[in-house]
Write a protein of this length. Structure first.
Ligand SMILES: Nc1ncnc2c1ncn2[C@@H]1O[C@H](COP(=O)(O)OP(=O)(O)OP(=O)(O)O)[C@@H](O)[C@H]1O
Ligand SMILES: [Mg+2]
Length: 504
């Protein structure tokens, strides 16, 4: 029997609807994605993109409507049904087992066995083949939990690719990939298109959409808005306007500010991930951007600044006082806060409500100071953050695990914005967040700076760093390689400083 029960035709969504308690996630979604084409799904956080892909992957059963591949109607009751019909969905949340090796994760369910024993050598060899094109540098024997978030994402993608499906759907696959990893993924997606596959692609990153997609369908609040069959006849502004339903003039919301006195001074810092001593000053009321490619040492530097790692050399001076940070607790007490990059991992409390997830840091913070946070304050704070960040939730009491990926990100960000601080460290603050919400987050960053807070933003998004920073420091290979004032910042200059230096 043919492994794939489909005829290689188009993928059709016919009037798909899906309701969750209190939320109409999808209503009457109909559109067609053609073979040999990469079809983007776009829409704001909570628009229903992931829900549609979960229906395609058999994880959810629609309340109404159906799917069709070519002439055949599909009725998926489980993930296995979807896989058997030649569909591969790479979900927004990873579904891997951190305790197992990369190879075991890749070949879970079809491990090569001899005499009933798993043949490790063969397992690792086969895994290496699957990884070759996408991530040849990953050792199949490595424990998955030891990989970076980006590498784990690549393993998940390689796993889906290994099934040689006819329909392949990616839900924000690049949110944690480096520029080089993204390039490799784009090449592979181009190949899938050329082989005549149906590719669905969800991303909030405009440049990716315009780079690899042929068509785009826009959703808003669970409804179909429009399909553009030819993306090359569209410009970014038209697409954004269609998504958010209004014009966004300037998403960065930058306003010039008076630079004030010194807030945090780093003198000759050395620590894990830093190969040369790092010195810089962040001023009150300043947005200081850190640009660099993934692995440049920016996250490691932030970890030193907030007490997650101990300094090997050098010192930190805040408001003229030398700090001795032994733990993040010391940093928080001093007024230095880190909003980490891997916000999912650092922690949502999945069963907790949106309000609890917002207030958790404030609670800890106050407990350390020996006082309780009044329930009234928590209530108001949750409502304030939900409003400020435009979190899409039926109520503050909704369990956070029922929110869309981007809305969970916003809640975690709200957690940090609930605290009083002198220095705010933001690591990739807008990853996975839609363009309307991004703009709102930039506004919040500028407001914090206007209140006199020193905001340090680490980002791999060149346009973002240039758009929001007063000054940009560039890192490469664990060292600071340059400082660029806002007026002098352009893509070429920053990239040049960020690229690894050639050695003679
Ligand atoms: N299991 C669930 N229970 C309750 N509500 C849910 C569930 N899954 C999704 N929702 C809700 O359905 C809506 C659509 O969510 P979905 O995850 O599909 O959005 P999305 O377009 O993928 O957003 P994002 O860009 O943030 O990832 C949201 O309002 C979300 O809170
Ligand atoms: Mg999603």
């Amino acid at each position: 029997m043919d492994a794939h029960v489909n005829d290689g035709g188009s993928l059709r969504f016919n009037g798909i609807g899906k309701v969750f308690p209190g939320v109409k996630a999808l209503s009457d979604i109909s559109f067609v994605a053609h073979p040999g084409s990469v079809h983007a799904l776009m829409g704001e956080n909570g628009a229903g993109k992931s829900t549609l892909l979960k229906i395609l992957g058999g994880s959810y059963i629609p309340d109404s409507g159906n799917l069709q591949i070519g002439e055949r109607p599909m009725d998926f009751r489980s993930a296995a049904d979807s896989i058997d019909s030649g569909v591969a969905v790479i979900h927004q949340e990873l579904h891997l087992v951190p305790e197992m090796s990369v190879a075991e994760n890749l070949l879970l369910g079809h491990m090569p066995a001899r005499y009933g024993m798993v043949n490790r050598q063969m397992l690792n060899r086969r895994a290496a083949e699957l990884l070759k094109e996408l991530a040849g540098e990953i050792d199949p024997r490595e424990r998955l939990g030891n990989l970076s978030l980006g590498q784990r994402q690549l393993v998940e993608i390689a796993k889906a690719m290994s099934r040689n499906a006819h329909v392949i759907a990616f839900d924000e696959p690049t949110s944690s990939l480096s520029a080089r990893e993204i390039d490799r993924l784009m090449t592979i997606i181009g190949k899938l298109r050329d082989e005549g596959k149906v590719v669905l692609y969800v991303s909030h990153r405009m440049e990716e959409i315009f780079r690899i997609c042929d068509a785009v369908t826009v959703f808003k609040d669970g409804r179909f808005v429009r399909t553009f069959e030819q993306i090359d006849q569209l410009d970014q502004n038209q697409l954004v306007t269609c998504m958010v339903g209004r014009d966004i003039q300037d998403i960065y919301n930058y306003r010039p500010r008076e630079r004030q006195g010194e807030a945090l001074r780093a003198e000759g810092l050395l620590g894990p991930g830093l190969n040369e001593a790092v010195s810089f000053t962040a001023h009150k009321g300043e947005v200081l951007g850190f640009f660099g490619l993934v692995g440049a040492g920016r996250t490691e530097l932030l970890r030193l600044l907030c007490g997650l790692e101990r300094l090997k050399a050098g010192q930190l001076v805040l408001d003229g006082q030398v700090l001795n940070l032994k733990s993040p607790r010391d940093a928080i007490a001093a007024g230095i806060l880190l909003c980490p990059e891997d916000r999912k991992k650092e922690g949502i409390v999945p069963l907790g409500s949106v309000a609890e997830n917002i207030n958790i840091s404030a609670r800890h913070h106050h407990a350390q100071l020996g006082c309780l946070v009044p329930a009234q304050w928590e209530r108001e704070n949750a409502e304030r953050q939900i409003r400020a960040l435009n979190v899409k939730t039926p109520s503050p009491d909704q369990p956070i695990m029922f929110l869309s990926g981007g809305n969970q990100q916003k809640v975690i960000l709200g957690r940090w914005l609930s605290l009083s601080m002198k220095v705010l460290l933001l690591d990739e603050p807008t990853r996975g967040i839609d363009i309307g919400a991004k703009s709102e987050i930039y506004q919040i960053i500028h407001n914090l700076a206007a209140e006199g807070i020193a905001v340090i933003v680490v980002s791999s998004d060149l346009m973002e760093v240039i758009g929001i920073s007063d000054r940009i420091l560039v890192m490469s290979e664990g060292a600071l390689t340059g400082e660029v004032a806002r007026e002098q910042a352009d893509e070429a200059r920053l990239l040049q400083l960020a690229l690894p230096r050639t050695r003679g």
